[in-house]
Design a protein around this ligand. Sequence first.
Ligand code: UDP
Length: 355
Amino acid sequence: MSMKIVTILGARPQFIKASVVSSAFSHAGINEIIIHTGQHFDSLMSDIFFQDLDLPQPHYHLNIHSLNHGAMTGRMMEKIEEILLKDPPNWICVYGDTNSTLAGTLVAAKLHIPLAHIEAGLRSFNREMPEEVNRVVTDHLSKLLFAPTPLAVQCLQKEGISQGVHLVGDVMKDAILNYQAKAKQTSNLLAKHKLSPNEFYLATIHRPSNTDDSHRLSSILESFTKLDFPVVFPIHPRTQAQIGKMDLSHYLETDSIVVIPPVSYLDMLMLESASRSVITDSGGIQKEAYILGRPCFTLRNETEWKETVELGWNLLVQPETLSESIANFSQPSEWPTLYGNGDAATKITEIIMAN
Ligand code: UDP
């Protein structure tokens, strides 16, 4: 009988990560059952990734979203448990650090089903971030921990976790290598918005620390208006909702900010590659900027992707220092390979099969 793995996902970055792993599972003859919790639900945050990427439609869609953390995680757990009790798999696979990750983790632990965590060992050391709580719990309950960087392996060691830890590289690197050519062939976003390479900044903002305080959010939007080139701003639904609620929409009406709806992964790869620099609070986008050789200005106090900062490609900035940091930036001469060689998904599959 072939190995059965249940993959639990629900948020945009997880669809992208899972697309390459899912392909590797399928090549290895693994029977993968996908549970989509529904955490990200609108078509531009979810459906579009299932259309563009090699990710099969989910077998189950739980449609659980727009709730506080406790209600969301609890309801997800209830539904995931029902499914797993009916038909337990050999492994459960979770990605990253969302509430969907946490819900899958807790159910796996309670049902004694071995858990594989992809993107294990990341730490910001800021426990006010909901993601940090989710990661710590997931890592401590996982049987296999797939670390993307040597630093992630060290962070796990410091918490006493060394068994089951495998440094495999980052599946997001696999995704870039896998989809870059398709993005070049199919994306027409630059032409559609009349964007010339190197003549715009690309910004994304969605972390609660940046969107939930109106002073902070308005300083960020204001900082975008002070730059020497326009800022293309694919806006996350929660950020858009907060801007509406806080009455900050006037910032989006200036010529210096080009607001667009969230874009597909293929369009995002094009935007990132063609931008002068990336301005973000996203975890994934900091890495992508590095892999694509673009400078990154991260609007946070700390990052899980410290290697990009140490190499000088990523600067932690505040809205007040953004334009100065951009003006004074000088590109480092060294650009070493990080995040593996694009074979993380294959390694993960081989390791799971061997366990
Ligand atoms: N992304 C995308 N379209 C967008 C914004 C982001 O495809 O409009 C991709 C991005 O390229 C990266 C992932 O989504 O692969 C990052 O997700 P996000 O920033 O939502 O989450 P985080 O990485 O911070 O958890």
